[in-house]
Design a protein around this ligand. Structure first.
Ligand code: SF4
Length: 410
Protein backbone atom coordinates (compact mmCIF):
# COMPACT_ATOMS: atom_id res chain seq x y z
CA UNK A 1 0.00 0.00 0.00
CA UNK A 2 1.46 3.33 -1.03
CA UNK A 3 1.73 5.93 1.69
CA UNK A 4 0.67 9.49 0.91
CA UNK A 5 3.28 12.18 1.26
CA UNK A 6 2.48 12.79 4.91
CA UNK A 7 -0.28 12.49 7.45
CA UNK A 8 -0.29 16.23 8.04
CA UNK A 9 -3.13 18.38 6.76
CA UNK A 10 -1.21 19.67 3.77
CA UNK A 11 1.00 17.48 1.62
CA UNK A 12 1.70 20.34 -0.73
CA UNK A 13 5.05 21.60 0.63
CA UNK A 14 6.57 18.13 0.44
CA UNK A 15 5.08 17.53 -3.01
CA UNK A 16 6.55 20.80 -4.23
CA UNK A 17 9.95 19.80 -2.87
CA UNK A 18 9.82 16.38 -4.56
CA UNK A 19 8.80 17.95 -7.85
CA UNK A 20 11.45 20.65 -7.66
CA UNK A 21 14.16 18.07 -6.90
CA UNK A 22 12.97 15.91 -9.78
CA UNK A 23 13.07 18.79 -12.24
CA UNK A 24 16.59 19.76 -11.18
CA UNK A 25 17.86 16.17 -11.10
CA UNK A 26 16.12 15.45 -14.45
CA UNK A 27 14.74 12.25 -12.97
CA UNK A 28 12.06 11.09 -10.51
CA UNK A 29 12.77 7.86 -8.66
CA UNK A 30 10.39 5.16 -7.48
CA UNK A 31 9.75 6.16 -3.86
CA UNK A 32 9.08 9.86 -4.40
CA UNK A 33 7.00 8.98 -7.48
CA UNK A 34 4.89 6.65 -5.37
CA UNK A 35 4.38 9.34 -2.78
CA UNK A 36 3.33 11.90 -5.37
CA UNK A 37 0.96 9.42 -7.00
CA UNK A 38 -0.68 8.71 -3.65
CA UNK A 39 -1.24 12.40 -2.98
CA UNK A 40 -2.47 13.61 -6.37
CA UNK A 41 -5.99 14.31 -5.14
CA UNK A 42 -4.81 16.47 -2.26
CA UNK A 43 -5.14 20.23 -2.58
CA UNK A 44 -2.57 21.79 -4.87
CA UNK A 45 -0.56 18.61 -5.54
CA UNK A 46 -1.82 18.08 -9.09
CA UNK A 47 -1.00 21.66 -10.04
CA UNK A 48 2.48 21.28 -8.55
CA UNK A 49 3.10 18.10 -10.53
CA UNK A 50 1.83 19.68 -13.77
CA UNK A 51 3.95 22.78 -13.27
CA UNK A 52 7.07 20.74 -12.60
CA UNK A 53 6.48 18.52 -15.61
CA UNK A 54 5.90 21.53 -17.82
CA UNK A 55 9.15 23.09 -16.62
CA UNK A 56 11.00 19.83 -17.33
CA UNK A 57 9.53 19.77 -20.82
CA UNK A 58 10.44 23.41 -21.36
CA UNK A 59 14.05 22.72 -20.40
CA UNK A 60 14.32 19.70 -22.67
CA UNK A 61 12.13 20.62 -25.61
CA UNK A 62 11.58 24.37 -25.48
CA UNK A 63 8.19 25.56 -26.63
CA UNK A 64 7.81 23.01 -29.42
CA UNK A 65 5.06 20.41 -29.61
CA UNK A 66 5.35 18.07 -32.57
CA UNK A 67 2.94 16.09 -34.68
CA UNK A 68 3.38 13.56 -37.48
CA UNK A 69 1.04 13.79 -40.43
CA UNK A 70 0.35 10.17 -41.32
CA UNK A 71 -1.83 7.55 -42.89
CA UNK A 72 -2.91 4.60 -40.78
CA UNK A 73 -2.75 1.25 -42.59
CA UNK A 74 -4.20 -1.64 -40.55
CA UNK A 75 -2.53 -4.26 -42.74
CA UNK A 76 -4.61 -7.00 -41.15
CA UNK A 77 -7.07 -6.85 -38.29
CA UNK A 78 -6.75 -10.56 -37.60
CA UNK A 79 -4.92 -11.28 -34.34
CA UNK A 80 -4.17 -14.33 -32.26
CA UNK A 81 -4.67 -12.43 -28.97
CA UNK A 82 -7.91 -11.38 -27.31
CA UNK A 83 -7.25 -8.35 -25.17
CA UNK A 84 -10.36 -7.63 -23.13
CA UNK A 85 -10.52 -3.99 -24.28
CA UNK A 86 -9.92 -4.45 -28.02
CA UNK A 87 -12.36 -3.88 -30.86
CA UNK A 88 -9.66 -3.78 -33.54
CA UNK A 89 -9.13 -7.54 -33.78
CA UNK A 90 -11.64 -9.58 -35.81
CA UNK A 91 -12.19 -13.27 -36.41
CA UNK A 92 -11.64 -14.44 -40.03
CA UNK A 93 -15.38 -15.13 -40.45
CA UNK A 94 -16.33 -11.59 -39.43
CA UNK A 95 -17.64 -9.38 -42.23
CA UNK A 96 -15.26 -6.73 -40.87
CA UNK A 97 -12.14 -8.90 -41.13
CA UNK A 98 -9.73 -7.35 -43.59
CA UNK A 99 -6.23 -7.82 -44.86
CA UNK A 100 -5.00 -5.13 -47.24
CA UNK A 101 -3.72 -6.12 -50.65
CA UNK A 102 -0.44 -4.56 -51.70
CA UNK A 103 -2.25 -2.45 -54.28
CA UNK A 104 -4.55 -1.15 -51.54
CA UNK A 105 -1.48 -0.26 -49.49
CA UNK A 106 -0.10 1.64 -52.46
CA UNK A 107 -3.43 3.46 -52.96
CA UNK A 108 -3.53 4.63 -49.32
CA UNK A 109 0.08 5.75 -49.50
CA UNK A 110 -0.53 7.71 -52.70
CA UNK A 111 -3.52 9.41 -51.07
CA UNK A 112 -1.32 10.28 -48.11
CA UNK A 113 1.34 11.74 -50.34
CA UNK A 114 -1.26 13.98 -51.99
CA UNK A 115 -2.27 15.17 -48.49
CA UNK A 116 1.33 15.98 -47.58
CA UNK A 117 1.86 13.02 -45.23
CA UNK A 118 5.29 11.58 -44.53
CA UNK A 119 4.47 8.61 -42.28
CA UNK A 120 2.77 5.34 -43.19
CA UNK A 121 1.78 3.75 -39.87
CA UNK A 122 1.48 -0.02 -40.31
CA UNK A 123 -0.50 -1.32 -37.37
CA UNK A 124 -1.76 -4.90 -37.33
CA UNK A 125 -2.78 -7.85 -35.24
CA UNK A 126 -0.26 -10.17 -33.67
CA UNK A 127 0.67 -13.40 -35.51
CA UNK A 128 -2.79 -14.30 -36.87
CA UNK A 129 -1.29 -17.19 -38.83
CA UNK A 130 -0.75 -19.02 -35.54
CA UNK A 131 -4.46 -19.00 -34.76
CA UNK A 132 -6.22 -19.10 -38.13
CA UNK A 133 -5.88 -21.73 -40.85
CA UNK A 134 -7.65 -19.48 -43.36
CA UNK A 135 -4.98 -16.84 -42.89
CA UNK A 136 -2.19 -19.42 -43.21
CA UNK A 137 -3.72 -20.47 -46.53
CA UNK A 138 -4.03 -16.83 -47.63
CA UNK A 139 -0.33 -16.36 -46.95
CA UNK A 140 0.65 -19.69 -48.55
CA UNK A 141 -1.15 -18.68 -51.75
CA UNK A 142 1.37 -15.82 -51.92
CA UNK A 143 4.34 -18.05 -51.15
CA UNK A 144 4.59 -16.75 -47.57
CA UNK A 145 4.67 -18.42 -44.16
CA UNK A 146 4.14 -15.50 -41.81
CA UNK A 147 2.28 -12.23 -41.64
CA UNK A 148 5.60 -10.51 -41.00
CA UNK A 149 6.92 -11.71 -44.36
CA UNK A 150 3.88 -10.03 -45.93
CA UNK A 151 4.44 -6.93 -43.79
CA UNK A 152 7.99 -6.63 -45.15
CA UNK A 153 6.53 -6.51 -48.68
CA UNK A 154 3.93 -3.92 -47.62
CA UNK A 155 6.55 -1.71 -45.97
CA UNK A 156 8.69 -1.94 -49.10
CA UNK A 157 5.70 -0.80 -51.17
CA UNK A 158 5.10 2.04 -48.72
CA UNK A 159 8.71 3.21 -48.79
CA UNK A 160 9.21 2.87 -52.53
CA UNK A 161 5.95 4.73 -53.18
CA UNK A 162 7.32 7.65 -51.21
CA UNK A 163 6.31 7.32 -47.57
CA UNK A 164 8.28 6.55 -44.40
CA UNK A 165 6.87 3.41 -42.75
CA UNK A 166 6.57 3.01 -39.00
CA UNK A 167 5.56 -0.51 -37.99
CA UNK A 168 3.71 -1.64 -34.89
CA UNK A 169 2.95 -5.32 -35.47
CA UNK A 170 3.00 -6.68 -31.95
CA UNK A 171 5.73 -9.09 -30.95
CA UNK A 172 8.46 -9.54 -33.54
CA UNK A 173 11.60 -11.64 -33.31
CA UNK A 174 15.03 -10.10 -33.82
CA UNK A 175 15.15 -11.72 -37.26
CA UNK A 176 11.78 -10.22 -38.18
CA UNK A 177 12.81 -6.76 -37.02
CA UNK A 178 16.02 -7.08 -39.02
CA UNK A 179 13.99 -7.88 -42.13
CA UNK A 180 11.73 -4.87 -41.53
CA UNK A 181 14.47 -2.40 -40.61
CA UNK A 182 15.54 -1.41 -44.17
CA UNK A 183 11.97 -0.38 -44.99
CA UNK A 184 11.04 1.32 -41.72
CA UNK A 185 12.12 4.69 -40.39
CA UNK A 186 11.13 3.51 -36.91
CA UNK A 187 9.15 0.78 -35.18
CA UNK A 188 7.22 0.46 -31.98
CA UNK A 189 5.55 -1.64 -29.36
CA UNK A 190 3.59 -0.23 -26.46
CA UNK A 191 5.02 -1.87 -23.38
CA UNK A 192 1.48 -1.18 -22.02
CA UNK A 193 2.16 -2.53 -18.54
CA UNK A 194 4.72 -4.60 -16.72
CA UNK A 195 1.96 -5.95 -14.48
CA UNK A 196 1.89 -9.75 -14.41
CA UNK A 197 -1.50 -9.54 -12.67
CA UNK A 198 -3.12 -8.39 -15.91
CA UNK A 199 -2.42 -11.86 -17.37
CA UNK A 200 -4.56 -13.54 -14.70
CA UNK A 201 -8.02 -14.91 -15.34
CA UNK A 202 -10.60 -12.13 -15.59
CA UNK A 203 -7.97 -9.48 -16.29
CA UNK A 204 -7.27 -7.51 -19.47
CA UNK A 205 -4.48 -9.71 -20.85
CA UNK A 206 -5.66 -13.19 -19.88
CA UNK A 207 -6.05 -14.51 -23.45
CA UNK A 208 -2.96 -12.71 -24.70
CA UNK A 209 0.34 -14.60 -24.86
CA UNK A 210 1.89 -11.61 -26.62
CA UNK A 211 1.09 -9.33 -23.67
CA UNK A 212 3.47 -11.19 -21.36
CA UNK A 213 5.58 -8.32 -19.97
CA UNK A 214 8.81 -10.33 -20.18
CA UNK A 215 8.22 -11.00 -23.89
CA UNK A 216 7.55 -7.32 -24.54
CA UNK A 217 10.61 -6.21 -22.60
CA UNK A 218 12.73 -8.69 -24.54
CA UNK A 219 11.51 -7.25 -27.84
CA UNK A 220 12.41 -3.75 -26.61
CA UNK A 221 15.90 -5.05 -25.78
CA UNK A 222 16.34 -6.71 -29.15
CA UNK A 223 15.18 -3.54 -30.93
CA UNK A 224 17.83 -1.70 -28.93
CA UNK A 225 20.51 -4.17 -29.94
CA UNK A 226 19.45 -3.74 -33.56
CA UNK A 227 19.56 0.06 -33.20
CA UNK A 228 15.99 0.67 -34.27
CA UNK A 229 14.40 4.02 -33.36
CA UNK A 230 11.66 2.68 -31.13
CA UNK A 231 8.35 3.88 -29.74
CA UNK A 232 7.11 2.54 -26.43
CA UNK A 233 4.27 3.51 -24.17
CA UNK A 234 2.03 2.88 -21.22
CA UNK A 235 -1.68 2.09 -21.35
CA UNK A 236 -3.58 3.61 -18.44
CA UNK A 237 -6.72 2.28 -16.81
CA UNK A 238 -6.80 -1.42 -17.79
CA UNK A 239 -6.73 -2.67 -14.22
CA UNK A 240 -3.21 -1.75 -13.20
CA UNK A 241 -2.30 -0.02 -9.93
CA UNK A 242 -0.39 3.24 -9.48
CA UNK A 243 2.62 1.22 -8.37
CA UNK A 244 2.46 -0.83 -11.55
CA UNK A 245 2.23 2.31 -13.68
CA UNK A 246 5.36 3.66 -12.07
CA UNK A 247 7.11 0.33 -12.53
CA UNK A 248 6.19 0.38 -16.23
CA UNK A 249 7.56 3.91 -16.69
CA UNK A 250 10.74 2.98 -14.81
CA UNK A 251 11.17 -0.03 -17.07
CA UNK A 252 10.86 2.16 -20.16
CA UNK A 253 13.43 4.54 -18.67
CA UNK A 254 15.80 1.68 -17.97
CA UNK A 255 15.46 0.42 -21.56
CA UNK A 256 16.06 3.93 -22.90
CA UNK A 257 19.15 4.32 -20.70
CA UNK A 258 20.59 0.95 -21.71
CA UNK A 259 20.08 1.17 -25.45
CA UNK A 260 19.34 4.81 -26.32
CA UNK A 261 16.71 3.73 -28.82
CA UNK A 262 13.44 4.78 -27.17
CA UNK A 263 12.49 7.75 -29.31
CA UNK A 264 9.17 8.44 -27.63
CA UNK A 265 6.88 7.23 -24.87
CA UNK A 266 3.14 7.30 -25.44
CA UNK A 267 0.86 7.83 -22.46
CA UNK A 268 -2.47 6.46 -23.63
CA UNK A 269 -5.66 6.25 -21.60
CA UNK A 270 -7.94 3.26 -22.01
CA UNK A 271 -11.45 4.05 -23.20
CA UNK A 272 -14.08 1.37 -22.66
CA UNK A 273 -15.74 0.17 -25.84
CA UNK A 274 -19.09 -1.54 -26.21
CA UNK A 275 -19.08 -5.26 -27.02
CA UNK A 276 -15.86 -5.88 -25.12
CA UNK A 277 -15.45 -7.70 -21.79
CA UNK A 278 -14.19 -4.44 -20.26
CA UNK A 279 -17.10 -2.32 -21.47
CA UNK A 280 -18.16 -1.53 -17.88
CA UNK A 281 -14.83 -0.16 -16.75
CA UNK A 282 -14.92 3.63 -16.23
CA UNK A 283 -12.55 5.84 -18.17
CA UNK A 284 -9.90 7.74 -16.24
CA UNK A 285 -10.80 11.30 -15.28
CA UNK A 286 -9.10 13.90 -17.45
CA UNK A 287 -7.13 15.20 -14.48
CA UNK A 288 -5.78 11.72 -13.80
CA UNK A 289 -4.66 11.33 -17.41
CA UNK A 290 -2.88 14.69 -17.25
CA UNK A 291 -1.30 13.74 -13.93
CA UNK A 292 0.16 10.57 -15.42
CA UNK A 293 1.46 12.39 -18.48
CA UNK A 294 3.18 14.71 -16.01
CA UNK A 295 4.55 11.86 -13.88
CA UNK A 296 5.81 10.19 -17.06
CA UNK A 297 7.66 13.39 -17.93
CA UNK A 298 9.21 13.65 -14.46
CA UNK A 299 10.19 9.96 -14.35
CA UNK A 300 11.54 9.84 -17.90
CA UNK A 301 13.25 13.22 -17.79
CA UNK A 302 13.43 16.25 -20.10
CA UNK A 303 15.15 14.47 -23.00
CA UNK A 304 12.36 11.94 -23.60
CA UNK A 305 9.68 12.67 -26.16
CA UNK A 306 6.39 12.24 -24.28
CA UNK A 307 3.27 11.82 -26.37
CA UNK A 308 -0.44 11.85 -25.59
CA UNK A 309 -2.95 11.20 -28.38
CA UNK A 310 -5.18 14.27 -28.82
CA UNK A 311 -8.15 12.31 -30.13
CA UNK A 312 -8.52 10.47 -26.81
CA UNK A 313 -8.95 13.66 -24.81
CA UNK A 314 -10.25 16.27 -27.26
CA UNK A 315 -11.94 18.40 -24.60
CA UNK A 316 -8.83 18.87 -22.51
CA UNK A 317 -5.97 19.53 -24.89
CA UNK A 318 -5.13 22.64 -22.86
CA UNK A 319 -4.79 20.57 -19.70
CA UNK A 320 -2.55 18.09 -21.53
CA UNK A 321 -0.45 20.96 -22.87
CA UNK A 322 0.25 21.94 -19.24
CA UNK A 323 1.35 18.41 -18.35
CA UNK A 324 4.74 18.20 -20.02
CA UNK A 325 3.97 16.41 -23.28
CA UNK A 326 5.90 17.53 -26.34
CA UNK A 327 4.21 15.43 -29.01
CA UNK A 328 0.69 14.74 -30.22
CA UNK A 329 1.68 11.62 -32.13
CA UNK A 330 0.39 10.72 -35.55
CA UNK A 331 -2.60 12.66 -36.78
CA UNK A 332 -4.11 11.74 -40.11
CA UNK A 333 -5.96 14.00 -42.50
CA UNK A 334 -7.16 10.88 -44.37
CA UNK A 335 -7.59 7.76 -42.28
CA UNK A 336 -9.33 7.07 -38.98
CA UNK A 337 -7.71 5.76 -35.80
CA UNK A 338 -8.54 2.11 -36.40
CA UNK A 339 -7.70 1.25 -32.79
CA UNK A 340 -10.11 3.89 -31.44
CA UNK A 341 -12.48 4.45 -34.38
CA UNK A 342 -14.97 6.28 -32.16
CA UNK A 343 -12.40 9.03 -31.56
CA UNK A 344 -11.85 11.25 -34.62
CA UNK A 345 -8.56 13.09 -35.05
CA UNK A 346 -8.71 16.81 -34.53
CA UNK A 347 -8.05 18.77 -37.71
CA UNK A 348 -4.41 19.78 -37.82
CA UNK A 349 -5.47 23.40 -38.13
CA UNK A 350 -7.44 23.11 -34.89
CA UNK A 351 -4.56 21.34 -33.16
CA UNK A 352 -2.27 24.15 -34.19
CA UNK A 353 -4.69 26.82 -32.99
CA UNK A 354 -5.09 25.27 -29.56
CA UNK A 355 -1.39 24.49 -29.16
CA UNK A 356 -0.44 28.06 -29.98
CA UNK A 357 -3.20 29.48 -27.78
CA UNK A 358 -1.40 27.68 -24.95
CA UNK A 359 1.81 29.53 -25.80
CA UNK A 360 3.51 26.66 -27.60
CA UNK A 361 4.50 26.06 -31.21
CA UNK A 362 3.26 23.17 -33.32
CA UNK A 363 5.92 21.65 -35.58
CA UNK A 364 5.70 18.74 -37.96
CA UNK A 365 8.03 15.79 -37.53
CA UNK A 366 8.74 12.57 -39.37
CA UNK A 367 8.22 9.15 -37.73
CA UNK A 368 11.71 9.78 -36.33
CA UNK A 369 12.73 12.64 -34.08
CA UNK A 370 15.51 15.13 -34.83
CA UNK A 371 17.91 13.89 -32.14
CA UNK A 372 18.33 10.42 -33.61
CA UNK A 373 18.01 11.53 -37.21
CA UNK A 374 20.59 14.30 -37.06
CA UNK A 375 23.05 12.95 -34.52
CA UNK A 376 22.84 9.15 -34.46
CA UNK A 377 23.28 7.81 -38.01
CA UNK A 378 23.89 4.31 -36.66
CA UNK A 379 20.13 4.04 -36.08
CA UNK A 380 19.40 4.03 -39.80
CA UNK A 381 20.16 2.28 -43.03
CA UNK A 382 21.98 4.95 -45.10
CA UNK A 383 19.24 5.00 -47.74
CA UNK A 384 16.52 5.49 -45.12
CA UNK A 385 18.44 8.25 -43.37
CA UNK A 386 19.12 10.05 -46.64
CA UNK A 387 15.41 9.90 -47.49
CA UNK A 388 14.49 11.27 -44.05
CA UNK A 389 17.09 14.06 -44.22
CA UNK A 390 15.73 15.23 -47.57
CA UNK A 391 12.40 15.96 -45.87
CA UNK A 392 13.59 18.10 -42.95
CA UNK A 393 15.47 21.33 -42.36
CA UNK A 394 18.45 21.92 -40.07
CA UNK A 395 16.19 21.59 -37.01
CA UNK A 396 15.24 18.04 -38.01
CA UNK A 397 11.58 19.00 -38.39
CA UNK A 398 9.60 19.27 -41.62
CA UNK A 399 9.87 22.85 -42.85
CA UNK A 400 6.70 24.73 -43.61
CA UNK A 401 6.20 25.40 -47.30
CA UNK A 402 7.36 28.88 -48.23
CA UNK A 403 4.72 31.39 -47.31
CA UNK A 404 2.76 28.98 -45.16
CA UNK A 405 2.86 26.46 -42.40
CA UNK A 406 2.83 22.79 -43.24
CA UNK A 407 0.47 21.77 -40.48
CA UNK A 408 -2.13 24.33 -41.54
CA UNK A 409 -2.80 22.67 -44.85
CA UNK A 410 -5.16 20.05 -43.42
S1 SF4 B 1 -5.00 -5.01 -28.62
FE1 SF4 B 1 -3.59 -5.72 -30.21
S2 SF4 B 1 -2.80 -7.67 -29.43
FE2 SF4 B 1 -4.68 -7.20 -28.27
S3 SF4 B 1 -6.33 -8.28 -29.41
FE3 SF4 B 1 -6.23 -6.15 -30.15
S4 SF4 B 1 -4.92 -6.27 -31.96
FE4 SF4 B 1 -4.56 -8.14 -30.78
Amino acid sequence: MTQPISDKRSSLPEAERIVSDAVDAEVLEREPALRLAASLTEAGVLDAVLEGAFESKRRGKGDRVSVSRNVFIPLTNLCRDRCAYCTFAKQPDSPDAKTYSLSEVEDVVRGGLRAGCHEALFCLGDKPEVAYKAHREWLAARGLRTTTEYLVQACQVGFETGMLPHTNAGILSAEEMSALRPWNASMGLMLESTSERLRQKGMAHYYCPDKDPAVRIRMHEEAGELKIPFTSGILLGIGESAEERIETLLTIRDLADRYGHIQETIVQPFHAKPDTPMRGLPSLADAEVAAWVALARLILGPAMNVQAPPNLAPEVLELLLRSGLNDWGGVSPLTVDFINPEAPWPALRELRRRTEAAGQVLVERLPVYPDQLLHQPEFFEPRMRDDCLRRVDASGFVPPPSGGRTVEAA
